[in-house]
Every structure is written in C-alpha cells, then in structure tokens.
Design a protein around this ligand. Structure first.
Ligand code: AMP
Length: 400
C-alpha cells in the first residue's frame, strides 16, 4: 500500500473519533469511534472496507487504552506502513495559532496554556496527542485548530464591550469554533457554485449538536456566532446560545444556583432540549412537532428564527450575499429547518426550491435555491477530517 495516508484523531472528553484518510482524494480507509471512556460501559467500533467491527474495552478504559486498541487494529490490518502523519483536531488555539502546525514541545506547551479557555476540550485533545506520540513515535503529529480559521475576524467583531484590560490581560474575546468546517464548506461552495473566491460573500451555517454561523468574505472569516466559548450564538442541541448575561446573577442570587449549576443549565439542559422538554435530537423534535407537540414546534421555531436573525445580521460585515450554505447533521438532513430558515430570508433575495430542498438529504448535498434566486442556497456535507488530513500531509511533506 502506498505510504501517504493520515490518521486523524478527534478526542472529546469521554470519546474519540478516528479515521485513516487519503489526503489527496479524501477517501476514508478506516473510521471509527470510542465512546463512554472512563465510564463503566465503554464501547469502540470501526468500519474497514465496508465491514463494521465492535471492539471490547474493559470498564473505565481511558483514552490511552482505547488508543492502544486502535494501534493494534492498525497493526492487525497492516496499515501502519501506509501512514505518514497523525492529524489532531484541537479545539482552542487562542490567538497563538492562526494555522495548522507540527506539534513540537513548544506547541504542546502553548496548547496546554490555552486549556484555561477550553477546559472541557483542550485537555482531552492533549491526552490524544500524548497517547499518539507514544504509539507512533516515528510519525509527525500535526495540530489543526477549530479556532484558527476565525483569526481573520477584525477587532471590532471579536471584542466584547467590557473593560479592554480583560482582553489585554486574560485574552477574553470572541474566538469562534467549527473553523475547519466553515473553511471546508465555504471553499467547496466556491468550487461547486462557480464563485470567484477572492470576490465572494458567503454565509455558512454549521448545524449539528453544536451550531454556529459564519460570515466569510473573499475566503476569510469576518464574523462568527460562537465566542470565548462554544456557548455563544445560536440555539443548539443542549446549549442556550445568546442570553442576557444578567441571567447568571439572577439565577445565583435569586434562585440559589451555584456556578456549576448555571454552567450545566446553559450548556447541558438548554437549547432544543430545554425548550422542547423532550430531546436534543432534532429528528425526535421534528417527529413530535409533526404530531402536534406544542413545545417541539416552539423549539423549532425559536431555533430557525434565531438562525435567520444571525444570517441577516451578517449582511453587514459582508455588504451583500452570494451564497448561504447549510452543513452539519441538521443542516445536511433537515429539509424542514432549511425551509423554515429560508422562508424568513426571502427579503434577502433567496428563494427555496422545495423539491430540491427535499432531495438534499443523507449526505447528498445540492443546490436548494430556486432558479433565478439572487442569492444561492446549497447543502454541502462537511468533511473536517479531510481538511485535517490535507493540512497534516502538507506540513509533513513540506518538512521532509
Ligand atoms: P452532528 O453533531 O453534526 O452529528 O449533528 C447531530 C444533529 O443532527 C442531531 O440533532 C440530529 O438529530 C441531527 N440530524 C441527523 N439526521 C437528521 C435528520 N435526518 N433530520 C433532522 N435532523 C437530523
């Protein structure tokens, strides 16, 4: 097997996703998931050549143990020699990282330093990096940051209107996340819609369990809805998105919430779950709404209204709009959400083609705006792993 594949690792706090990808064409040779790590009932599975395999993990297996299992799988399938690099998704790169980098001791220290901005994510990413360095000592390890693409956002868009010293002394500002996805789908949008990237105005809506929207002008991010943390912005699966910050002191002083309880309320009990009182899963909410469940209908309405409001506000940094792109589990599959959002935005000049909108599901993508619509709308399945593999391969070959 030719030696040019990249192992892509995406470590979360209790799970990690992995894939072996051909960076040239984006084909996935192997992919899988380890979940419920450090829990009594962990699970690991992978798909290779169309065959799905489940791997047994002992209770309370750690990330390191699961990565050791992954190494055995790679060895058993004789794939070790095909690898040229390991690409790691790292959630927060702060202002230090504006692009992907090879992981050196200095880079590791800088990621560690940024952990205070992403205490749920960066420590898990670091565990993955250290385990992979141990498992693959001869491979280059590359970090690809969720925040990097948004480092072009101008000061007037990333600063909060709070004392400037909090930015100077503590780096408190808006950073934005899902950067790899926003970059990928905006780049694909230029290719598939025939736009001149250097002269383009695109809004990308990444709608999954976490949701964010970005304004991308001439290929560069100029605004995005997530902030210092991934809590700001749109209504999400379990996150509230924007709220009045006064709510925090109201909950603590009037309702005796602790800081941890407020944090859990806003991150884990809000969003679609909190509003619907049913589920954070958009499919379940859509089914319930169809059956007339009032809270489910309300949750969908609020989700779409907030998203449409954000999209229209991004006409300010863009000064117009060429294309609106939907991606992520909800964006790629929910024709109902897309139709509701587009119906709010007809004044912007985007008209939905209902039958194309119905067809664009299950990873197929496609243009969903009607012929003659002055703004194009499209569904483009995201592929963050491919971007990570491409960056990792480019940096590896560059330094060989
Ligand atoms: P992600 O985080 O990108 O994997 O997206 C997860 C979200 O996508 C969940 O809210 C799912 O309910 C939603 N989703 C996946 N498939 C569909 C579908 N066919 N219709 C509506 N929502 C979907």
């Amino acid at each position: 097997m030719p030696s040019h594949h990249v192992l892509v690792l995406n470590c979360g706090s209790s799970s990690f996703k992995f894939a072996i990808i051909d960076p040239h064409h984006g084909e996935t040779l192997l992919n899988g998931l380890a979940e419920r790590l450090n829990d009594s009932n962990p699970a690991m599975k992978y798909t290779y050549n169309g065959t799905k395999t489940n791997i047994e993990l002992a209770s309370f297996s750690s990330h390191t143990i699961a990565i050791e299992s992954l190494v055995s799988i790679i060895q058993d399938l004789n794939l070790s020699d095909s690898l040229i690099a390991v690409g790691h998704r790292v959630v927060h790169g702060g202002e230090t990282f504006t692009q992907s980098v090879e992981i050196t001791p200095d880079v590791l220290a800088a990621i560690q330093k940024t952990s205070n901005l992403a205490p749920l994510h960066n420590p898990a990413n670091l565990i993955g990096i250290e385990a992979a360095q141990h498992a693959f000592p001869n491979l280059k390890q590359i970090a690809v940051f969720d925040t990097a693409f948004h480092q072009t956002i101008p000061e007037h868009a990333y600063l909060y209107a709070i004392p400037y010293s909090l930015y100077q002394d503590h780096g408190i500002r808006r950073y934005g996340f899902h950067g790899t996805s926003h970059y990928y789908v905006s780049d694909m949008a230029c290719k598939t819609l025939g736009l001149d990237k250097q002269n383009s105005k695109i809004i990308t809506a990444h709608l999954g369990n976490g949701c964010s929207v970005s304004a991308i002008k001439n290929g560069q991010s100029v605004d995005t809805s997530m902030g210092l943390t991934p809590l700001e912005g749109l209504v999400m699966g379990t996150r509230s998105g924007d709220i009045d910050p006064g709510l925090f002191s109201y909950l603590t002083s009037q309702l005796n919430y602790s800081n941890e309880q407020v944090d859990a309320l806003l991150n884990k009990q809000s969003g679609l779950l909190g509003l619907s009182q049913l589920s954070n899963d958009c499919r379940e909410i859509e089914d319930a709404a169809q059956a007339g469940h009032r809270q489910a209908l309300l949750a969908l309405d609020i989700f779409c209204y907030r998203l449409a409001k954000y999209i229209s506000s991004y006409l300010v940094p863009l000064g117009g709009l060429d294309a609106l792109i939907f991606t992520g589990g909800i964006g790629e599959n929910s024709s109902l959400i897309r139709q509701k959002v587009l119906s709010h935005l007809s004044f912007v000049g985007v008209r939905c083609d209902d039958s194309q909108n119905e067809i664009a599901r299950f990873g197929k993508g496609g243009i969903i705006s009607a012929n003659g619509s002055s703004v194009q709308a499209a569904v483009i399945p995201t592929n963050e792993e491919w971007v990570i593999a491409t960056d990792a391969a480019a940096l590896t070959l560059e330094t060989k």
